[in-house]
Design a protein around this ligand. Structure first.
Ligand SMILES: Nc1ncnc2c1ncn2[C@@H]1O[C@H](COP(=O)(O)OP(=O)(O)OP(=O)(O)O)[C@@H](O)[C@H]1O
Length: 260
């Protein structure tokens, strides 16, 4: 980890996270440590099967680790009844991979964006907050009265981002946030994620196999391989001068142009 990452106030942390699926000889995740500091943007990269999705599910308390612990501001986070996790869900929100699937086709945009506020019992004027959020992600507040299928893929990802930001989280977890989008729209959504994270001071944990996205968005990167951290450090150093064999292989697989 870079000195900056370590010095940022730790928010979401994993210590020794281990997960072994039934019937498998090797753990999907094996003793992973990770810290997301306040306002930082951290990427998790790795080839298919490296354990990225498993790590994400454990960090979101959707699954229980076999060993190790997830903490938020030092407080242990355990999977449990939804209400017992309200405090954590307010602090850590998810940007979905495919907003086309995550947004209910029959729910108006305003209702969808306000849903986390209602579910997490966040007090305040939800209608006003929705209008503010839609503006923050570059949409007209009139979008609130429309249905998701009236919007393009990129606009739907903006709606999903507004929804994730609704409870004023300190951390956003984005698992392949632009992989479902056309190449031309990808860059816009990456720029928006960076702008929003800066403007709102929200930390990002981005899981991606796209090193171009990682280079454009994240200051630090964690390379997972075979369920372990193979390498971690500042993105520009890891992508230009990787130390581990695994990071080297990932970088070598990407054409130079994409990282430029
Ligand atoms: N529910 C499950 N039951 C059994 N094995 C699983 C389960 N989920 C994941 N695995 C195994 O755990 C390992 C890590 O998988 P995981 O999906 O976390 O990797 P990943 O890096 O997210 O891969 P991808 O980039 O393909 O999504 C793989 O060997 C996978 O087959």
């Amino acid at each position: 980890m870079s000195p900056e990452l370590v010095s940022a106030e730790p928010l979401l942390a994993a210590r020794g996270l281990t997960r072994r699926y039934r019937g498998s000889d090797v753990p999907a995740l094996d003793g992973v440590d990770l810290v997301v500091g306040a306002g930082r943007r951290v990427a998790v990269v790795g080839e298919s099967g490296a354990g990225k999705s498993t790590l994400t599910r454990l960090l979101l308390a959707l699954e229980r680790p076999d060993a190790g612990e997830v903490t938020y501001r030092g407080r242990p986070v355990h999977p449990g009844r939804p209400r017992s996790l309200h405090w954590f869900r307010r602090a850590v929100q998810v940007v979905p991979q495919d907003p086309g699937r995550s947004l209910s086709p029959r729910m108006r945009v305003g209702e969808a964006v306000a849903e986390p506020l209602r579910c997490l019992r966040v007090a305040g004027d939800h209608r006003a907050r929705v209008a503010e959020l839609l503006l923050a992600v570059g949409l007209d507040p009139d979008a609130a009265t429309r249905l998701p299928n009236e919007f393009s893929g990129g606009q739907r990802q903006r709606i999903a981002l507004a929804r994730a930001l609704a409870p004023r989280p300190e951390v956003l977890i984005a698992d392949e946030p632009v992989s479902a989008l056309d190449a031309a729209v990808r860059l816009q959504v990456v720029d928006l994620l960076r702008e929003v994270s800066d403007a709102e001071g929200v930390a990002l944990l981005v899981v991606s196999h796209d090193l171009g996205v990682v280079a454009a968005l994240c200051s630090d990167v964690v390379v997972l391989a075979g369920g372990r951290v193979a390498e971690a450090g500042p993105t520009d150093r890891v992508l230009t001068d990787p130390v581990s064999r695994e990071a080297h292989a990932l970088v070598a697989a990407v054409p130079r142009l994409v990282l430029a």
